[in-house]
Design a protein around this ligand. Structure first.
Ligand SMILES: Cc1cc2nc3c(=O)[nH]c(=O)nc-3n(C[C@H](O)[C@H](O)[C@H](O)COP(=O)(O)O)c2cc1C
Length: 168
């Protein structure tokens, strides 16, 4: 693997970890209709009109082929009581959905119930960027609940969502 010599990789990752994010699971299915999912925090909104979101996946991921084949995915924004799900989908176990309830959403992609929000997407752009594949998705359907989101900060899960009043 080529490392970028001017950066100390550990320090660089620590610096990136200062940017707090939510946690999401992105799901899709294989050509044989098997559910596939990966924990991510690279999710972000890009455009409102049209509604476009982005996320990125490591090029080495065994799940990449399913995302490329199906060209549809669901972003599940996890709620604060879904740490266990995040751990399952960030592990290398083969059948991550073995003990996870799901149904098929409007696009025919596995949808996990009980999340803070979901975004059903069709792949709008797939771009190789360094060691990751960047996916941009057009949001076709979404759901939003009052469940508080799970957060990720400095490499750790966080559940505090105390909101400041009147900051903006
Ligand atoms: C909070 C968190 C965020 C993550 N974000 C990403 C991400 O944005 N992209 C990515 O490729 N991997 C990310 N990972 C790592 C993947 O979840 C992990 O490598 C997982 O094994 C991928 O599934 P796979 O084995 O099917 O590739 C993240 C892990 C955690 C715990």
């Amino acid at each position: 693997m080529i490392t970028y010599k001017e950066f100390n990789l550990k320090e660089y990752r620590n610096a990136l970890g200062k940017f707090g994010t939510g946690v999401a699971i992105v799901s899709t299915k294989t050509n044989d209709e098997l559910p596939v999912g990966v924990t991510i925090n690279s999710f972000n909104s890009v455009s409102l009109e049209p509604p476009i979101v982005l996320w990125s996946l490591n090029k080495q991921s065994p799940s990449l082929k399913a995302f490329d084949d199906t060209r549809k995915f669901v972003i599940h924004v996890l709620s604060k009581d879904q740490v266990d799900l995040s751990k399952i989908f960030s592990s290398r176990i083969e059948e991550k959905f073995a003990n996870v309830a799901y149904e098929f959403g409007k696009l025919g992609v596995p949808l996990i119930p009980g999340c803070s929000a979901t975004f059903e997407c069709t792949t709008w752009l797939r771009q190789e960027v360094g060691d990751h594949i960047l996916f941009l998705g057009r949001v076709e359907n979404f759901t939003s609940t009052e469940k508080e989101a799970l957060l990720y900060y400095k490499g750790r899960y966080a559940k505090g969502t105390e909101l400041e009043e009147n900051l903006i």
